[in-house]
Design a protein around this ligand. Structure first.
Ligand code: CA
Length: 228
């Protein structure tokens, strides 16, 4: 999942970048409103974290312009602790949730994960499709109750496909979501990772959880559990 962090306080920006990277996200950062607006319009994001008090262009204005430009990914705003007006205005401008400063990183992470789940149409943090269960909090995967050992990249691919189970995800989209801007992109790597993921999830080739649609991409093909 690719996250944009727009925050002018360097220490806070670095902390978010480090902790979110550890949590398995791909991160883009911007240090003022103008950079944030550019990144928010140009990069293929899954979610954005936007501080409201930003130099050059206010956070509220960044959100309004992103929404006016048709950007529909979830936005989490960072607000001052005692300023309820900020929260209301942020939500009215098009943000989806807020966290008040100072915050515990775990709260930001929990809210981001909830926004991503809801954007994918999931209510529960455990994504279940047939016998495959992926826990977005613990970042663990089980097939028919058996834990499966995945690498970070394999997990990220599976999470992205399962969050949007049933939809076709192009190789380009997967590549962009997995790597930072400066990483050399190679779609052959995605093919190799998807192949490994298939063998780990489905060693006997019976479930066929990940479908390849020639020239279009991949689709997680197992039906979503209606209860999750
Ligand atoms: Ca600020």
């Amino acid at each position: 999942m690719r996250v944009l962090v727009v925050e002018d306080e360097a220490a806070l920006r670095d902390t978010l970048k480090t902790r979110l990277t550890e949590a398995g996200f791909t991160i883009d950062v911007a240090q003022d409103g103008e950079e944030g607006l550019f990144a928010g319009q140009e990069y293929p994001l899954d979610v954005a974290i936007i501080d409201l008090g930003l130099p050059k262009l206010a956070g509220l204005e960044v959100i309004r312009r992103l929404r006016a430009a048709g950007k529909a990914y979830p936005i989490l705003i960072l607000t001052a602790r005692d300023n309820w007006q900020d929260k209301v205005e942020g939500l009215q401008a098009g943000a989806d949730d807020y966290v008040a400063k100072p915050f515990h990183f775990e709260e930001v992470l929990a809210r981001l994960q909830a926004l991503l789940r809801r954007a994918g149409g999931w209510a529960s943090p455990e994504l279940k499709c047939g016998p495959v269960a992926l826990d977005t909090r613990a970042q663990t995967v089980k097939v028919a109750g058996q834990a499966i050992d995945l690498t970070t990249f394999e997990y990220r691919i599976l999470e992205h496909l399962m969050l949007r189970a049933g939809e076709v995800i192009s190789k380009a989209e997967l590549t962009e979501r997995l790597y930072d801007q400066d990483f050399e992109r190679d779609s052959n790597v995605i093919e190799v990772l998807v192949g490994r993921l298939r063998r780990k999830l489905d060693p006997e080739d019976r479930l066929k959880p990940i479908e390849t649609l020639r020239g279009r991409g991949y689709r997680f093909a197992l039906a979503r559990d209606p209860a999750s």
